[in-house]
Design a protein around this ligand. Structure first.
Ligand code: AMP
Length: 232
């Protein structure tokens, strides 16, 4: 408690985390990382947390992997439990990849309401036809981390690293077949969240196909003036 008299109006106007909503491949992760690096606002990415759990072979990671590899959403109860822990201290975080279903959004709202916070939602508008190309394009060298793109920066020989001649790999859920499933999951379960948030908090639409810096600028300009962020 800071000793300030708190009223119901105060509580309703406190702005909390920024939720990034948009189809897979729309650039949410890229923006979240840029904003974190540049403005020091922490990023919380459910996809990154799940991948870390898989790499560390935790019980959660093992449960999540078959869903992830099939391009399906991990069940709500697992995600909600995981995020209640992650979000316990996150007031101004950029949340990327969560919520992805109405039950997740309702659980998130309840958690924020207990803290008297209202989120800001950023919707990444994007034409689906470009997403598959964006997602399936990157291949990397697991030994050095060097990243290629089949269209924009291809290796001399498909699937082979120019430098060490070893094989390149793709993220398992980035194959064309799995991407189609991920987009279908998005349409069915996540896209309805746009109307959901439009009804209850400030919602900003950004053109996700615009310049990366322009998208960052559009998001930062809308961030609450917390004194932590120096706006552009
Ligand atoms: P991402 O890197 O955000 O595209 O997430 C990769 C995969 O992790 C998704 O395709 C889902 O299988 C899973 N995942 C990430 N976030 C969530 C979430 N909020 N709810 C359910 N599954 C998720």
């Amino acid at each position: 408690m800071d000793g300030r008299a708190s009223t119901a109006t105060d509580v309703k106007t406190k702005v909390g985390p920024v939720i990034l909503l948009g189809a897979p491949g729309a650039g949410k992760g890229t923006q979240a990382k840029l904003i974190m690096q540049r403005y020091g606002i922490p990023q919380i990415s459910t996809g990154d947390i799940l991948r870390r759990n898989r790499a560390e072979k935790t019980a959660l990671g093992k449960e999540a992997e078959s869903y992830m590899d099939a391009g399906k959403l991990v069940p709500d109860d697992l995600i909600i439990r995981m995020m209640e822990v992650e979000l316990a201290h996150a007031e101004n975080a950029i949340v990327d990849g969560f919520p992805r279903t109405i039950p997740q959004a309702e659980a998130f709202d309840a958690l924020l309401a207990r803290k008297g916070l209202v989120p800001l939602a950023v919707v990444f508008d994007v034409d689906y036809s470009v997403l598959t190309e964006r997602i399936t394009g990157p291949w990397s060298n697991p030994r050095t981390g060097r990243v290629y793109h089949t269209k924009f920066n291809p290796p001399r020989v498909a699937g082979i690293d120019d430098e060490d001649g070893g094989p390149l790999v793709q993220r398992p859920d980035d194959s064309a077949e799995v991407v189609t499933k991920r987009l279908a999951e998005y349409d069915e379960k996540t896209a309805p969240l746009i109307a959901y948030y439009e009804r209850q908090c400030e919602t900003v639409h950004v053109n996700a196909l615009g310049e990366i810096a322009a998208v960052t600028h559009a998001i930062i300009a809308k961030l609450p003036d917390t004194g932590v962020v120096t706006k552009p």
